[in-house]
Write a protein that binds this ligand. Structure first.
Ligand code: SF4
Length: 63
C-alpha cells in the first residue's frame, strides 16, 4: 500500500493527522504529509483518513 498527499489540494484541516497520526502530520507550512507511508500497512487508519479528507487530497494505491 502506498499513500501520498497532494499538497496542492490539501487545505491543512488536520483531519488526517487526527484520524491517523501514525502516518500523517501537518508540516510547518500547514500542509499534511504522509511522513511514514509504510505505516499504512499496519496502522489500519489510512483508508479512514482518505475517506474523511474534505478535499480528497489523500491518495492510496494498493501495491
Ligand atoms: S485531511 Fe486532507 S485537507 Fe485535511 S490536512 Fe489531511 S490531507 Fe490536508
Amino acid at each position: 500500500m502506498h499513500v501520498r498527499v497532494d499538497e496542492d489540494t490539501c487545505i491543512g484541516c488536520g483531519t488526517c493527522e487526527e484520524i491517523c497520526p501514525a502516518v500523517f502530520h501537518l508540516k510547518d507550512d500547514g500542509k499534511s504529509e504522509a511522513y511514514d507511508p509504510e505505516a499504512c500497512d499496519f496502522a489500519g487508519c489510512c483508508e479512514a483518513a482518505e475517506e474523511n479528507c474534505p478535499v480528497e487530497a489523500i491518495h492510496i494505491e494498493q501495491d
